[in-house]
Write a protein that binds this ligand. Structure first.
Ligand code: NAI
Ligand code: 13P
Length: 378
């Protein structure tokens, strides 16, 4: 058991005792890796925190021993966290900050259960990353469809390079809080910000959600290449061209191009697509080693959002009619049994392109020497 106190002691600044900070009543939905570490972080900053989970054994272990026996058995969580399996109206009304940290595929169901029981005064933060596989819709769209306004405009999306196991150890991290409402983004910033957890605001909710979802698809591809035995050059190429692909898709949806060079963009892509700590990278790595997808999913013990998001992203890019070779090949590999050799060949033998295609108009054709055009020009 690692007591996080000793980790905190190696930070060159005080983490908690800031009396000027407004203490919030926080409710964290989801008792997996990310929900637990965000609950711990919020409690560490002096907030009252209740964590909701559907797994009574995990909630029981948090209440009795302050340990999440399923996801963080090596770390003691804050004693300020209390767990519950009941989302009562009283609990919802007594909370002012609600953090959604359940996988995206369950989002419509969970939010439908909350509809009519929330208050526009709640600060709603969404920490999930993904696209709904049955519809190809982003979290921004699901919230609008299920909860409507003003919840959609006030929602805050937390996204960036933040592995839960590093946050729970209080290792310095940075994240983006995006909302159409600047006031809500700032509220989330004030609530989560700490010297070791820097929060930056953004207004680009679409860009942040697209980046957070699609980096997982690229991370599976990067893991796969690594599992197959390719090395650093390949990984850097995948990450860079992956970012170009994410940007093309995001731009079609109206994202701000600068988001892709931010924490939720390149920051999270770099992290996830290059680390064995990532579940999505791990799924790819194991595929590259020859394991089957159903076996990997059954034994991963946690969620890899990129798998279902690949299915969703494939639908989305077809609808948007945008060139997305990695999303397309990953979909065929994962869901259409395309052999790996064929997939890699298909990616590698595509036509030659300009690096910025999809971003800027193609340059004018340069006439080949000796061609008719040259003769005319001369
Ligand atoms: N783990 C990490 O480092 C990070 C995760 N995220 C995102 O946070 C979200 C959650 O991920 P993790 O906590 O890591 O996943 P996880 O697999 O560790 O935990 C998921 C939790 O959600 C619960 N859950 C699933 N469906 C539910 C439902 N219908 N009602 C109530 N609870 C339900 C599960 O019981 C489990 O406790 C994902 O979208 C992920 O991409 C974002 C940043 C970092
Ligand atoms: O989103 C994450 C880190 O920012 C976590 O990545 P994985 O879900 O691939 O583990």
């Amino acid at each position: 058991m690692t007591d996080t106190e000793h980790v905190r002691n190696r930070l060159p600044f005080v983490v908690v005792e800031d009396e000027t900070r407004t203490k919030e009543k926080c409710l964290v939905l989801g008792v997996g890796h990310f929900g637990s570490c965000l609950a711990d972080h919020l409690a560490d900053l002096g907030n009252d925190v209740v964590i909701y989970g559907r797994d009574p054994e995990v909630i029981d272990s948090i209440n009795k021993t302050h340990v999440n026996e399923k996801y963080f058995k090596d770390y003691k969580l804050s004693t300020r966290i209390s767990g519950t399996t009941e989302l009562s109206d009283e609990l919802l009304q007594s909370s002012n900050v609600i953090v959604y940290s359940i996988p995206t595929q369950a989002m419509r169901t969970v939010l439908s259960g909350l509809k009519g029981r929330l208050n526009p005064k709640h600060l709603l933060c969404f920490a999930n990353k993904g696209i709904e596989s049955s519809t190809g819709k982003l979290p921004t769209e699901i919230i609008l469809e299920v909860l409507g306004e003003p919840y959609a405009s006030n929602a805050v999306y937390l996204s960036g390079p933040t592995f839960s196991e590093e946050i729970v150890q209080r290792l310095p991290s940075a994240i983006t809080a995006a909302s159409k409402s600047h006031e809500r983004a700032q509220w989330a910033q004030r609530t989560f910000h700490a010297p070791h957890f820097r929060v930056y605001t953004s207004a680009d909710t679409v860009g942040v959600c697209v980046s957070g979802a699609l980096k997982n698809v690229i991370a599976i591809g990067s893991g796969l290449a690594t599992g197959r035995g390719f090395q650093n050059n390949t990984r850097a190429g995948i990450i860079t061209r992956g970012l170009a692909e994410i940007s093309r898709i995001g731009l079609k949806l109206g994202a701000d191009p600068l988001t892709f060079v931010g924490l939720a963009g390149i920051g999270d892509l770099l992290l996830t697509a290059s680390s064995e700590k990532s579940r999505n990278f791990t799924v790819g790595f194991r595929l590259g080693k020859g394991e089957s997808l159903p076996h990997i999913i059954a034994t991963l013990g946690s969620t890899a959002e990129g798998v279902e998001t690949t299915r969703a992203a494939y639908k989305l890019v077809q609808k948007l009619d945008v060139d997305a070779p990695m999303v397309t090949i990953m979909y065929k590999l994962l869901f259409e049994d395309m052999p790996m050799g064929e997939a890699l060949r298909a990616l590698a033998t595509r036509e030659m392109k300009s690096e910025l295609y999809g971003w800027v108009p193609p340059p004018a054709e340069v006439p080949a020497p000796g061609s008719e055009n040259v003769a005319i020009a001369n």
